[in-house]
Design a protein around this ligand. Structure first.
Ligand code: ADP
Ligand code: MG
Length: 199
């Protein structure tokens, strides 16, 4: 049977990396075949994007979002689609809603952002880990001193608003992720179990 495609989205520090690992473990314990992946990818195109986010080379915001889309096309063709055919539950830490939210926050036209993502399959389930800009900043700066391209409070608030807008448009489940790791984990498991008819 064909697998399912689940996506976690949210601001940096929302807990995407933490929760995607926990979700994968949860599903594995239930005997399901999984694949954990993320965007930007660890491939060549993802590397170009990460270098740009760190300010190691400069490109326009539009060009940056096109690179995200190129990375996404490659990701879908080479990793996500084959895993779905193999019957896996694919969990992606970020997907096309990141382009919509971060692109919009950097003043790229929202309709154009949606347009350049039209050809990509939508996930079967998308969950937005919604945190305030303050929570995001405090969790990010706990780990690092240098802030990346989008990691400033005003900008984060704008990204958050764009995410909430996209959540309505694309029926994304919104989870309050300001609480503890265990609290957020419980909320995600509940949504995913219901979606997979496991409870
Ligand atoms: P993201 O991948 O969304 O940027 P991470 O999962 O890497 O976020 O988490 C960023 C930091 O915040 C890490 O140090 C992590 O341990 C911590 N963290 C994640 N979720 C929570 C939470 N619910 N409460 C407190 N700290 C958290
Ligand atoms: Mg992360």
């Amino acid at each position: 049977m064909r697998g399912k495609f689940i996506v976690l989205e949210g601001l940096d520090g929302a807990g995407l990396s933490t929760q995607s690992v926990l979700l994968e473990n949860h599903l594995k314990l239930r005997g399901l075949k999984t694949m954990l992946t993320k965007e930007p990818t660890n491939g060549l195109l993802g590397g170009i994007i990460k270098a740009s986010l760190k300010g190691e080379w400069k490109t326009s915001y539009k060009s940056l979002q096109l690179l995200f889309c190129a990375d996404r096309a490659h990701h879908l063709e080479n990793e996500i689609e084959p895993a779905l055919v193999d019957g896996r539950i694919v969990i992606s830490d970020r997907y096309l809603f990141s382009t919509l939210a971060y692109g919009y926050a950097s003043n790229v036209n929202y309709k154009w952002l949606r347009y350049i993502n039209l050809n990509f399959r939508l996930p079967d389930l998308a969950i937005l880990l919604d945190v305030s800009a303050d929570t995001s900043l405090s969790r990010i700066s706990g780990g690092r001193s240098n802030l990346e391209l989008f990691e400033h409070k005003e900008n984060l608030s704008k990204v958050r608003q764009a995410y909430l807008h996209a959540a309505k448009e694309f029926h994304i489940k919104v989870v309050d992720a300001n609480g503890s790791i265990a609290d957020v984990e419980g909320k995600i498991d509940k949504i995913v179990d219901k979606f997979l008819s496991l409870r």
